[in-house]
Each structure stands twice: as structure tokens, then as C-alpha cells.
Design a protein around this ligand. Structure first.
Ligand code: NAD
Length: 429
């Protein structure tokens, strides 16, 4: 077992173990040489600040009792309360939740919103349970993690298989336990209980702002730029539609129902209505069907993976002919594929920058809850735009200064901000 300061590391902190936390530790090691005197504090990035594992017993509709394992990890609170989603999935592990919480610390720092990083999850396949069972699960989990979450300490949000309704149950349970209504304990809530206008589209809108800035930087005109997007939900659908409105040609869309293509461009606003009515892109009129392999090989200016993790991997990375990949999903590019794209001269705008519009508007939601004063959708969008644009410019400048990829540059600026806060606060006692 590897050692740190002469002490054996617990297995879940072992960088030689495969898994998301191991990948995160490797990313941190990669930025260490660029942190200057702040590297003295780097070990504080390699330990989550607080890790809570809870048992969540639930009485099922048939009267039996089942136990689920739940987690809440606060990776860093050096820059502000922990912030990050809650995931219900059968593959949730402590390693995954730790890594996702650490990536949230980096993401909030890259866009410089005053939050740290957190994440939570329950190991469950929610599709096998009724809505009332999921409500009981959510409420019991909230009670169990209630000792560490709160509007000033740790603020959950939706993630895979959780949504605005889940946030409403968390907010209600937390409020019932504390004795007063506390909208700021979660973000991504329904508008009627303090959610923010513009939150649903925020990640796609932020992705759009960053894509425009990256195209300009690369000397590529948005007018007529060929764009393909995998995932046509909140993130991919919004980003594709905004890019089309700005003059781009969305030539292909790939979702769980199929892959559609038209070399003159697909009408994205009609496609949004079609997906809302039918559940997917399949059956959209006036386009051709292509295979996933053909999708990944299209000649493009911009490729946007906005569906799932690991979609760009060793099997397709060498075929990618896009000039630029802008990551809407979290972790859509495997580390090996990332190296292949880099060697092939493909610009990759990383997830911790490109999809940070969501957490930025979550920050706006929290600010509105704290002040009980609500903004218009225009105010939200007008405040989001400069934050995303400036974050891109700062990351691109760091990449040029150190001659590194945008991903490494984003990690340099994110980790530097976290460690600056750590250093100036000092260690207690
Ligand atoms: P969504 O559920 O609205 O849309 C998901 C899309 O992915 C759908 O179009 C679906 O058809 C497609 N998809 C699912 N399985 C697929 C498959 N096997 N092959 C091809 N396409 C498939 O989700 P979303 O909110 O748009 O999130 C998309 C990604 O962005 C996720 O990875 C999410 O974690 C990430 N993300 C979302 C936000 C946010 O605020 N919504 C913020 C940061 C990151």
C-alpha cells in the first residue's frame, strides 16, 4: 500500500486503485508543477474534507424493509459552502462521489463563484421503485445527511436521476427538521418554492457562450460553422438551438433514439418541439439517419458531447475530425482519448469550464433565496454571460502562458484559487 508522510493510505485514497478518485488524483499531480509556492498545500486537495456514509432504510410499498447506502462528501469548503448534486444510481460508489465532489470544487473555482465542492448519492436503481418509495428514500436520506447540509454549509442540487421534485422533498424535509422554511438548502428547485428562472437552460447557455469565445479565439467564423451534438436534452438541445440562432449549422444530433443528419443544417427549434412530443430525435422529418460511427467521424467545426460519460474513448477518438470538442456532459472524454485528441490538434474545451453555467445559475438561485429578492430571466442571462466569457478568456490565457491544454489550464486556475483560499485562511489549530 502506498504511503504519505510515512503513513499508509486507506485503500479508497490509493492513487494506484482504478476508479474516478484515482483519475482525479492523477489530474491533481499533473497540475502540481504549475502551482508555484501554493504546491505546499496540494495535499489538502487530495483529501476530501468530510465523508459521510449513511444507511437509508425504506419501507417499501409491499411492507418489507430495504436498506440503501447513501453518501455525502464535502471535498472543499475553503472558498465557501460545499456545492454539488445528488445522484441516485445503482453504480454509485464512494470513489465516484469523492471524485465528483472534487471536480465540483475545481468547477466552482474555475468560474469563481464563492462555493466549494460537494456531491452525494444513493446506490439504488430508482427505476425499480415507485414514486412514493423514492420520496421516502429521499426524505430519510435528507434526515441522515441533515447534520452536514444547510444553506451556509453544503447545498445539494439535482444530478443523474434526481430532479426539481427531489429537491422539493429535500427542502421540505430539511425545513421540517430545522423548524423553518429554508429554500437556500438546495438549488434546482421548482420556481414556485424559490427556484431560479433560467436555471433549466443555464448549462446549455453557458456552453454556448464558451463555444462562441473558443471559436473566436481559434479564428473560426460562427456563421456556417458545422456543429454536431450528442444529447439533445437540457444541455445539448439548448446549446444547439442557441448556436443555430447565432448562424451555426447543426448538421447532426445523436440521442438515445437514434442519430439524425442533414448537411444543410437541422431546424433545431422544430427538433426541440419534436423531442418534447415524441421523447427523442427519431422520426424527425426531412433528415437522414446515420450510424454512431458516422456521427463521430463527421467533418465539423464543433462537436458537443452532452449525454453521458466516456463517449469519446480510444475506439473513436482517432476518427474525430472536429476542430473543437466542447464538453457539455461531465467526463465525456476518457483520459486516453483526451491525449489522442490533443496529439491530433483537436481543441478540447473541458467540462469544468464548458458546463459550469449550471452551477453559476445555482449560485444566482442561492443568492436570490438568501436575499428573498428574485431576478428576471434577462437579469440571470445577462449576469451569466460575462462570468462564462471571462472564465474562458482566463483559462485560454493560462493555457498559452504554460503551453498546456485548456483542461490542464482550467485545473491550474481552479486549484490555484482553492489553495490561495486555503493558504490565506491557514490551518486550524
Ligand atoms: P437530459 O436528461 O436533459 O438529456 C440527456 C440527453 O442524452 C438526451 O437527449 C438523451 O436522449 C441523451 N442520451 C441518453 N442516453 C444516450 C445514449 N446512450 N446515447 C446517446 N444519447 C443518449 O440531461 P442534461 O441535463 O442535458 O445533461 C446531459 C449531460 O450534461 C449529463 O452528463 C449531465 O451530467 C451533464 N450536466 C448537466 C448539467 C445541467 O445543469 N443539466 C450541468 C452540468 C453537467
Amino acid at each position: 500500500m502506498p504511503e504519505q508522510n510515512g503513513q499508509s493510505l486507506p485503500s479508497y485514497l490509493n492513487p494506484l486503485e482504478p476508479g474516478p478518485w484515482g483519475s482525479y488524483l492523477q489530474q491533481v499531480d499533473r497540475v502540481a508543477p504549475y502551482l508555484g509556492k501554493l504546491s505546499k498545500w496540494i495535499s489538502t486537495l487530495k483529501q476530501p474534507r468530510r465523508t459521510l456514509i449513511v444507511d437509508v432504510p425504506v419501507e417499501l410499498d409491499n411492507g418489507t424493509i430495504e436498506h440503501f447506502e447513501g453518501y455525502r462528501v464535502q471535498h472543499s469548503v475553503a472558498r465557501g459552502p460545499a456545492k454539488g448534486g445528488i445522484r441516485f444510481h445503482q453504480d454509485v460508489t464512494l470513489s465516484e462521489v469523492m471524485a465528483l465532489s472534487a471536480w465540483m470544487s475545481v468547477k466552482t473555482a474555475v468560474v469563481n463563484v464563492p462555493f466549494g465542492g460537494g456531491k452525494g448519492g444513493i446506490r439504488i436503481n430508482p427505476k425499480n421503485y415507485s414514486a412514493s418509495e423514492i420520496e421516502r428514500l429521499t426524505r430519510r436520506y435528507t434526515s441522515e445527511i441533515g447534520c452536514i447540509i444547510g444553506p451556509n454549509t453544503d447545498i445539494p442540487a439535482p444530478d443523474v436521476n434526481t430532479n426539481a421534485q427531489t429537491m422539493a422533498w429535500i427542502m421540505d424535509t430539511y425545513s421540517a427538521n430545522t423548524g423553518f422554511t429554508s429554500p437556500g438548502v438546495v438549488t434546482g428547485k421548482p420556481i414556485s418554492i424559490g427556484g431560479s428562472l433560467g436555471r433549466v437552460e443555464a448549462t446549455g447557455r453557458g456552453l454556448f457562450v464558451v463555444t462562441i469565445a473558443a471559436l473566436k479565439d481559434a479564428g473560426i467564423n460562427i456563421e456556417g460553422a458545422r456543429v454536431a451534438v450528442q444529447g439533445f436534452g437540457n444541455v445539448g438541445g439548448t446549446a444547439a438551438n442557441l448556436l443555430a440562432e447565432a448562424g451555426a449549422k447543426v448538421v447532426a444530433v445523436y440521442d438515445h433514439t437514434g442519430v439524425i443528419h442533414h448537411e444543410n443544417g437541422i431546424n433545431t427549434s422544430k427538433l426541440i418541439s419534436h423531442v418534447a412530443q415524441t421523447g427523442g430525435v427519431a422520426g424527425f422529418e426531412g433528415v437522414n439517419s446515420i450510424s454512431p460511427d458516422e456521427f463521430w467521424s463527421l467533418p465539423l467545426e464543433v462537436l458537443i458531447p452532452a449525454a453521458l460519460e466516456g463517449q469519446i474513448n480510444e475506439s473513436n477518438a482517432n476518427n474525430i475530425k472536429a476542430k473543437m470538442v466542447v464538453e457539455g456532459a461531465n467526463g465525456p472524454t476518457t483520459p486516453k482519448a483526451d491525449d489522442i485528441l490533443h496529439n491530433n490538434g483537436v481543441i478540447v474545451v473541458p467540462d469544468v469550464l464548458a458546463n459550469a453555467g449550471g452551477v453559476t445559475v445555482s449560485y444566482f438561485e442561492w443568492v436570490q433565496n438568501n436575499s428573498s429578492f428574485y431576478w428576471t430571466e434577462k437579469e440571470i442571462n445577462d449576469r451569466l454571460q460575462p462570468i462564462m466569457h471571462d472564465a474562458y478568456l482566463a483559462t485560454a490565457a493560462t493555457a498559452k502562458e504554460h503551453n498546456v491544454s485548456l483542461r490542464t489550464a482550467a485545473f491550474i486556475s481552479g486549484c490555484s484559487r482553492i489553495l490561495e483560499a486555503r493558504e490565506i485562511r491557514g490551518l486550524f489549530p
